[in-house]
Design a protein. Structure first.
Length: 351
């Protein structure tokens, strides 16, 4: 097969990662960029040597000289921009979350299945070696039947300015305001920690209960045009398909943790501890015959093939389509049910 011709839809900050990741692949040619912001589009295409630039997706589809698209638009634009791509028979890699509600996510997954194209969602922590090795070990039965887990996603950007001043920078303020499209920490990173936990456990959630908290952060609860009403912390309980029980938490007030994910998962014959902290992953295990002495050991984790390579391999029929839109839709349903649970005082709801 000749080179895969790729279109990049959206040229914001995350698009740079996609451009650089795909540019490293010798069998990919980035042929076009799309953005409604003409100056930013021109600068992006110039920086990465992209020959075609379009101010709308309609123009790009009319041109049509591409095989696949990577969708790096804002969350609310994923559905209205991905659906025309699928209708045109284009392979699509979409940033997370797949959509902003379960109904649209399900429609996207169904449309992708009908179109028969490669469809993948970029759940970036699937690239963590410890996560993939832990999933393999659970799948191989090395800890027996999963009974219990504890998962957390810890950020601290509301307590220190390591990534910038949230009180004055719009890139952070919008994440605190429902009027600006934010669903808080649940919507921002909830999908990551839920995937982190349930992918390793190899179990879907059967029930979820959820509590959300929003804390006072400014006088009157406002900074300029931003009403700071989106949730800052979330705790959940999940009942897995096999009856296993676990807790999931995420917060922006975890002082001392810039961007850390943790999972402790226990079966009836062993346990695993997975961490991704300071951009480094680590896996520890306590397995037979060390259960009696409760000795834990480091586990080597092989490197993971990046999502960009996996997407292209899937197009070429040389790799699995994973995580696909169906997975993205399932996670969105879980997020929606968690939000509904919080609105009902933490009531446990079937997923």
């Amino acid at each position: 097969m000749s080179k895969i011709r790729l279109l990049i839809l959206g040229t914001g900050g995350m698009a740079r990662n996609h451009a650089e990741g795909f540019a490293e692949l010798p069998d990919v040619e980035i042929v076009a960029g799309v953005d409604t912001r003409a100056d930013q589009l021109a600068a992006f295409c110039g920086e990465y040597g992209i020959p075609q630039a379009f101010g709308s997706l309609d123009e790009a589809l009319l041109w049509g000289q591409f095989d696949a698209a990577t969708n790096v638009t804002p969350d609310a634009a994923h559905y209205p921009t991905t659906m025309p791509l699928l209708a045109a028979g284009k392979h699509v890699l979409c940033e997370k979350p797949l959509a902003t509600d379960a109904a649209q996510a399900r429609e996207m997954a169904e449309a992708a299945a009908r179109a028969g194209v490669v469809n993948m969602v970029n759940l970036s922590y699937r690239n963590v070696p410890a996560l993939q090795q832990a999933a393999r070990m659970v799948g191989a039965g090395e800890i027996g039947t999963v009974r219990h887990f504890e998962a957390s996603y810890l950020q601290s950007w509301l307590t220190q300015p390591a990534w910038g001043d949230w009180r004055s920078e719009s890139q952070w303020l919008w994440r605190l305001s429902t009027a600006h499209g934010s669903k808080g920490v649940l919507g921002d990173v909830g999908i990551h920690i839920l995937d982190f936990a349930t992918f390793i456990a190899a179990q879907n959630a059967r029930e979820v209960s959820c509590r959300l908290a929003t804390f006072d952060k400014a006088s009157g609860g406002r900074i300029g045009d931003y009403t700071l009403d989106a949730n800052d912390s979330v705790t959940m309980q999940l009942l897995l398909e096999n009856g296993g029980l676990g807790t999931v938490a995420a917060t922006r007030f975890a002082s001392g943790h810039l961007n850390d994910l943790r999972l402790r998962i226990y079966g009836d014959t062993g346990g695993l501890e997975v961490s991704f902290e300071r951009q480094q992953s680590r896996l520890r295990a306590c397995l037979a015959p060390d259960l009696q002495s409760a000795e834990w050991h480091e586990i080597d984790c092989p490197p993971v093939v990046p999502i960009y390579r996996r997407f292209v391999d899937a197009i070429r029929g040389e790799g699995a389509v994973d995580p696909d839109f169906a997975r993205g839709a399932a996670l969105q349903r879980l997020l929606d049910r968690a939000e509904e649970s919080a609105c009902q005082g933490g009531l446990s709801l079937a997923v």
